[in-house]
Design a protein around this ligand. Structure first.
Ligand code: FAD
Ligand code: HEM
Length: 398
């Protein structure tokens, strides 16, 4: 525990750091990538360019400073960040690099405020926060390693199938090169792929949700081609059956764990259906007794991935109902075999069947889509602890 004087000093500098805002984050990352260019192979540079990850890191540091008297309130954020970090295989010694650049940034941008006492207080505070992460991340690394079929760090996986699932989404079945088993995971969790190729300017790490239930032998992910996206286009165009990919163990704090009598509502937009598909497969595999609702929205039939798979599950399981919205059905979408409504998702149409205080709701899709879902469910009086969502990028609150 930091002493009270140190905590007071750190808290007193929060307004100054908040007022510097993006200047601070820009300076920090610029000097870090200048002096430690090897970290360009660690961070997602597209997220750097969009400003979303830098903002996330700094707001976490500031949140810690504000709550320094009671860091326990940040435990769910620490868990989420630690899960994210393990996917990038972040190592303890890298915390020294980040800490060094953080302190130097404060000194360079606020030379008058950065007295030796202030710098010392921040060094201690950062050290305590880093210690929290390092401790939790080591636990997660060990858990991944000790599971049946588990491992630590990168493991080579071979692409066994490459399946076009829609105009934009292609799935990849990955099996370990060593032929051994693979660790189970909770549906909703994701894999991190570490892409290394002369065709890529940097090593790239990206997360892809596991999209079928755990089976101990292989993993399936599905990748949407993003306009100008570095990794997704690489996966679509350059990765073929028989190729080897470096894969980190499954991770993530978004997952479904429910009893067989809990109603479940799975809500997705576009490629956000990947974690939902793993959840649905798992529920069916475990003969879920309560009702399951599958709600999905996408552009049209050509972009609607997994439609036959979901239709097959619905036909075989009386407790599963599906409802699909196509924003703009194409000419070939007639008759409406795979969708129920035209336009964007409108949950109010289904309130009578899906509003249920006993249900758990899982959702994933673009941020405005998820904000709409959360607002609607909240408006129906569904409590916060029953709403679970995943952001396909640096985390943001809805
Ligand atoms: C937990 C989690 C699970 C995920 N699961 C899935 C999944 O199941 N399936 C899936 O397809 N994706 C998933 N993602 C998203 C995935 O990890 C990648 O972010 C996605 O594939 C895009 O990566 P990319 O390298 O193709 O695009 P990036 O190169 O990272 O670019 C992303 C976007 O930013 C834009 N961009 C790039 N550079 C700049 C710039 N300089 N300025 C402004 N904009 C820029 C690009 O045009 C692109 O649209 C998940 C993400 C997370 C965090
Ligand atoms: C106390 C120090 C740190 C804090 C407070 C912190 C905070 C964060 C936060 C808030 C995120 C976003 C999480 C999310 O998307 O949900 C993140 C992601 C990340 N962090 Fe850290 N972090 C710290 C240290 C480090 C270190 C030492 C490294 C390695 C050099 C690192 C590398 C990364 C990477 C690679 C990501 C993912 C980037 C992306 O998705 O674009 N972090 N961190």
């Amino acid at each position: 525990m930091l002493d009270s004087r140190t905590r007071e000093i750190v808290k007193s500098t929060v307004p100054l750091l908040e007022s510097a805002n993006t200047a601070l984050t820009e300076h920090f990352y610029k000097r870090m990538f200048r002096d430690n260019p090897e970290l360009k192979d660690v961070f997602n540079l597209s997220h750097q360019a969009s400003g979303r990850q830098p903002a996330a890191l700094f707001s976490a540091v500031l949140a810690y400073a504000k709550n320094i008297d009671n860091p326990a309130v940040l435990s769910s954020a620490v868990e989420r960040i630690a899960q994210k970090h393990t996917g990038f295989s972040i190592q303890p010694e890298q915390y020294d690099i980040v800490g060094h650049h953080l302190l130097e940034t404060i000194k360079e941008l606020a030379p008058d405020a950065a007295t030796p006492e202030v710098i010392d207080a921040w060094a201690q505070a950062y050290g305590a926060l880093a210690g929290l992460f390092i401790g939790r991340e080591e636990q997660l690394y060990q858990q991944s390693e000790q599971k049946d079929g588990g491992w630590r760090g990168y493991r080579n996986f071979v692409v066994k199938e490459k399946q076009v699932e829609s105009e934009l989404i292609t799935s990849f079945l990955l099996a370990p090169e060593d032929g051994n088993t693979v660790a189970n995971f909770l549906p909703g969790q994701y894999l991190n792929l570490h892409l290394v190729s002369p065709k890529l300017a940097h090593k790239e790490t990206r997360q892809y949700s596991l999209c079928q239930a755990a089976n101990g032998k292989d993993y399936r992910i599905a990748v949407k081609r993003e306009p100008n996206g570095v990794a997704s286009n690489f996966m679509h165009d350059e990765v073929h059956i028989g190729d080897t990919l470096q894969v980190l163990p499954p991770s993530g704090d978004f997952f479904m764990e429910v009893s067989a009598d809990t109603p479940v509502v799975l809500i997705s937009g576009g490629v956000g259906q990947t974690p939902m598909r793993a959840m649905l497969d798992q529920l069916i595999k475990h003969e879920h007794r309560a009702n399951i609702h599958w709600l999905h929205a996408c552009e049209n039939g050509a972009q609607h991935a997994f439609k036959e798979h979901i239709q097959g599950l619905r036909q075989a399981n009386a407790n599963l109902t599906t409802h699909v919205w196509y924003r703009e059905p194409g000419a070939s979408d007639q008759p409406a075999e795979h969708y129920h409504a035209k336009g964007i998702m409108d949950l109010s149409q289904l309130k009578d069947s899906i509003a249920n205080a006993d249900a758990h709701y899982y959702f994933c899709g673009p941020l405005p889509f998820m904000a709409m879902v959360k607002e609607t469910l909240f408006g129906w009086g569904i409590s916060d602890d029953r709403l679970h969502y995943e952001v396909f990028g640096p985390h943001q609150s809805l």
